[in-house]
Design a protein around this ligand. Structure first.
Ligand code: IPM
Ligand code: MG
Length: 360
């Protein structure tokens, strides 16, 4: 029997609830295919701060580094908003991405036919959308130094630095081109090269890396236009490559194509092969403990783990098909509920998907 060790970091708010459903589905896959998934739990975010006075304890980083993959819920809760920035839960998320060198963040926005009516956009616009956003995750204005708030000439100024090194752009470009090679060989690089110097370098490097992938059709788009085109005509996109901050914003926007943040999974990959898998949504602390949130983004993140970290393609597909079957049968969590459908809780959705995996 093959063994895989998974570090499970539920985090704060509804993070542990959605992670529990992802673990449930992974266990079903293990049972069906004779795979041993070993789950080892650790703390990250506010819950880690409560115990260790830091949102990212060393023990969590070593647990992650000694695992075959990391499965993360979400971090953050309003009660931690009063903490100084260096120990805020969000800092832990950025910290673990950096510590594990997870530079390539894959965020698929796939519209399930069953959910076309859940999107706030017209069916003819969203039906058939299948986009992969490749977001750079360890650079940009998120990490650029210097940063801070200072007093200058009696006035406060706040500043961050948008910095990309050539090598950082090169490796995300390769990741994006390789992703495009496995899909429809169309890559759109999104930047703000009409204004930002860092974007001009970004574009230059993408054009250079493109020489290694002659089959891929590379295009460029300014981020403001991309934000508009994503709503106007999302089907023009296949793979989108962009920097950390633009990718953060565009991926939340793209979640409205399928209709809910609760549907979008993500994979964050390093050069060493270690990957972290998490839904793109936040911790939704107001919904904590209510068994209301949608675990599908997390369950689909588990499928991405099987595919990208363990090369278990068939098993990953099994999860995706189980999600589709459950949706086809009319089950909906609150966020994607429409008239005539059957409303289910977080844990019921997890049970249904796990059952569908086992019965398929
Ligand atoms: C995301 C989140 C994070 C980010 C926050 C919570 C730090 O919005 O994963 O998209 O900005 O990257
Ligand atoms: Mg975000």
């Amino acid at each position: 029997m093959t063994d895989y060790n998974i570090a499970v970091l539920g985090g704060d708010g509804t993070g542990p609830e959605v992670i529990a459903e992802g673990v449930k589905v992974l266990k079903a896959v293990g049972e069906k295919f004779g795979i041993n998934f070993n789950f080892e739990y650790g703390l990250i975010g506010g819950c880690a701060y409560d115990v260790h006075k830091t949102p990212l304890p060393d023990s969590t980083i070593s647990l992650a580094k000694n695992s075959d993959a990391v499965f993360l819920g979400a971090v953050g809760d309003w009660k931690y908003d009063v903490l100084p920035p260096e120990v805020r839960p969000e800092k832990a998320l950025l910290g673990i991405r950096k510590a594990l060198n997870l530079f390539a963040n894959l965020r698929p926005a796939l519209v399930f036919e069953e959910l076309v009516s859940s999107s706030p956009l017209k069916p003819e616009i969203v039906s058939g959308v299948d986009i992969m956003i490749v977001r750079e995750l360890t650079g940009d204005v998120y990490f650029g130094e210097p940063r801070g708030v200072e007093v200058q000439n009696g006035e406060k100024i706040g500043f961050n630095n948008m910095i990309y090194r050539e090598n950082e752009i090169r490796r995300i470009a390769h990741a994006a081109f390789q992703t495009a090679m496995k899909r429809s060989k169309k890559l759109c690089s999104v930047d703000k090269a009409n204004v930002l110097d860092v974007s001009r370098l970004w574009r230059e490097i993408f054009v250079d890396v493109a020489k290694n992938y002659p089959e891929v059709e590379l295009s460029h788009m300014y981020v403001d236009n991309a934000a508009m085109q994503l709503i106007k005509n999302p089907k023009q996109f296949d793979v989108i490559a962009t920097g950390n901050i633009f990718g953060d914003i565009l991926s939340d926007e793209a979640s409205m194509l399928p209709g809910s943040l609760g549907l979008l999974p993500s994979a964050s990959l390093s050069e060493s092969g270690l990957g972290m898998y998490e839904p793109i949504h936040g911790s939704a602390p107001d919904l904590k403990g209510k068994n209301l949130v949608n675990p599908i983004a997390t369950i689909l993140s588990a499928a991405m783990m099987l595919k990208y970290s363990f090369s278990l393609e068939i098993e990953a597909l099994e999860i995706e098909n189980a999600v589709k079957n459950v949706l086809k049968s009319g089950f909906r969590t609150e966020d994607i509920f429409t008239e005539g459908m059957r409303k289910v809780s977080t844990s019921q959705m997890g049970d249904l998907v796990a059952k569908s995996v086992l019965c398929a």
